[in-house]
Design a protein around this ligand. Structure first.
Ligand code: ASP
Length: 290
């Protein structure tokens, strides 16, 4: 969100949402929970918060519906679960975890994913639960706007979390409504393992936000991990190469959060700002927007 559009009151709401997610995830880690539990809990809190483009408050398709994507990855065994284009699952990140743990698959989409959610006893809600007036206004203003593309990078706000736990396990989770005015059935980078979400123990965990088509084409999250693992780049260098070299050369922008196997935290972006927060066991606690 451009600085000029963010009132003090709104900024307060965003910061409160970030703090709740950060502290919710961190509390789990501090009590011996796994990185997988921590990223799932943090993302779930953000899905329920209408400020962010995921779950309740998701960006809308050009038909005015919410279609949600999410993924989770466990750095231990490269296990992953993801869902795309779901319309009725209250917390898509929970379904992504069930896909990872309770199915033989990695990615389930649409009606099949929702049937699985039903079998798993997850909360299903009518589509209007996700839709809020502000997203409807964003959709209408984009549809009135001068831009001709049906994929406008205006309303980004995907949520994600990455964590390293006391046992050295890395995990990443991402959830989104995708991009405002997207075509129904469009799937972004968030649920594509290696594009918007990736984690590998000893290397790094990455969750991305931005113009998803570019992140898919650059295999963004995996690019960062591969650059660290195979080219011995530092996590900062790998992220910088992606966000300020590879993606802009394609015409894409966005940002990501990452944590290394050594606990190093990197949060970088090529947009004006990115809502973000970080905590660690040494006492660091940071919430920032620009
Ligand atoms: N990356 C998401 C997508 O393309 C959008 C976002 O980050 O806001 O679906």
């Amino acid at each position: 969100m451009p600085r000029a559009m963010l009132s003090a009151q709104r900024e307060q709401r965003y910061r409160a949402g970030l703090e709740a997610a950060l502290d919710g995830g961190f509390a789990l880690l501090a009590s011996g929970g796994s990185s997988l539990d921590a990223v799932g809990a943090a993302v779930r809190i953000l899905e329920d918060d209408p400020c962010f483009n995921a779950g309740h408050g998701a960006a809308l398709t050009r038909d005015g519906a919410a279609e949600l994507d999410a993924a989770i990855m466990d750095g231990r065994q490269l296990r992953a679960g993801a869902v795309a284009s779901v319309r009725h699952v209250r917390n898509p990140i929970e379904l992504a975890r069930r896909v990872m743990e309770k199915s033989r698959h990695v990615l389930l989409v649409g009606a099949g994913a929702e049937e699985f959610a039903l079998e798993e006893g997850l909360a299903l809600v009518p589509n209007h639960y996700f839709r809020i007036a502000e997203r409807q206004e964003q959709l209408e203003s984009e549809q009135r706007g001068a831009r001709v593309s049906d994929l406008l990078p205006a309303a980004q706000g995907t949520v994600g979390a990455v964590a390293l736990d006391g046992e050295g396990n890395l995990a990443a989770a991402t959830s989104t409504g995708g991009m405002t005015n997207k075509r129904p059935g469009r799937v972004g980078d968030s649920p594509i393992i290696g594009a918007g979400t990736y984690a590998k123990n000893g290397v790094c965990a990455v969750s991305a936000t931005g113009h998803g088509e570019y992140f898919i084409r650059a295999v963004a999250a995996h690019h960062v991990c591969a650059a660290v693992e195979y080219r011995a780049l530092s996590l900062e260098q790998a992220v910088r190469e992606l966000l300020h070299g590879i993606l802009p050369a394609l015409g894409g922008d966005g940002g990501l959060i990452a944590v290394g196997g050594d606990g190093r935290i990197v949060m970088d972006f090529s947009t004006e700002g990115m809502f973000r927060g970080a905590r660690d066991s040494a006492g660091k606690r940071e919430i920032a927007i620009y």
